[in-house]
Design a protein around this ligand. Sequence first.
Ligand code: NAI
Length: 330
Amino acid sequence: MITLINGDGIGPEISDSVVKIIDAAGVKIEWDVQTAGSDVLEKEGTPLPQRVIESIKKNKVALKAPVTTPIGKGFRSVNVQLRKTLDLYANLRPCKNLPNVKTKFANVDIVVVRENTEDLYAGIERQIDKDTAESIKIITRKASERICKFAFDYAVKNSRKEVCVVTKANIMKLSDGLFLESYRNVAQNYPQINQREILVDNLCMQLVQNPNQFDVLVLPNLYGDIVSDLCAGLIGGLGVAQGANIGEDYAVFEPVHGSAPDIKGQNKANPTALLLSALEMLKYIGESEKAEIIEKALFETLYQGIRTADLGGSASTIEFTDAIIKNLFN
Ligand code: NAI
């Protein structure tokens, strides 16, 4: 059994699409469907009820569609809470060009490894007075070494050549300095992998000028969040950007994008990002063969020029889904 959080906004539309495709490919999954987010908050008093956590703890693996977080006030992000509660310390975001999806650069193949549990996202904030607010940035050696080790292990396992650490250690000498020091300590154990250090502002400029020079990037939480969206833009936008949150015991696979309230319920959403995340999930549970068959059908669909509006096409979510299913059997 696998937990399915079908989310809100476009979440239910893209979840339906992905479940239909996986089912059509003949993968037998019993989905433990769990609702979460703003609708649940009204009914159950919390956007992330304990039943959702229990379900993931029981099943170990979850596929998650996006949920809305209101800006400025209201509840704390469900995503942040899930990552903290389950100690999903590594956020993995592979960004690779897809066939027939027009982008500025060809052959982009970057893997963003983002620390997921601390930094400014630790949620430690206070209002000092009515005109002053404070957020605390937490960086620990333990979490920094753990994420750098994850990045290097990933590089070894996936035959990558380089792990580049991204900080602003010239300004935040203590916090980002500790992240950098942790990287250097861990890197000593991986002489076969190239090391590189870059400041986050320079990285952003280089990424939009010459992204092909980068391989695996490892970043603290905030920079990782921003840079992974930048990388998503390099490969065709949020509609195709996959992700996974991985810890020692549990893994939650989810797209980079949010709940896209602007196109909710319009049968316009691109399910590709959630589908690619689900394919990583299938590989994780030992269904690599089926994942490859589905990926081939997705690529074939894109080759045929069948695309949703975010990629310049005219296919609806349902038409795109049906085309992938048709291509499963070609
Ligand atoms: P967003 O990612 O939802 O949307 C940004 C833009 O990309 C919008 O124009 C949207 O239509 C488009 N877009 C996103 N996904 C798409 C898809 N699959 N197909 C076609 N177009 C797509 O970001 P936004 O608007 O900043 O956030 C909306 C809500 O989602 C917020 O409440 C935010 O907190 C939440 N959010 C949730 C995440 C999660 O559950 N993992 C991650 C990021 C944001």
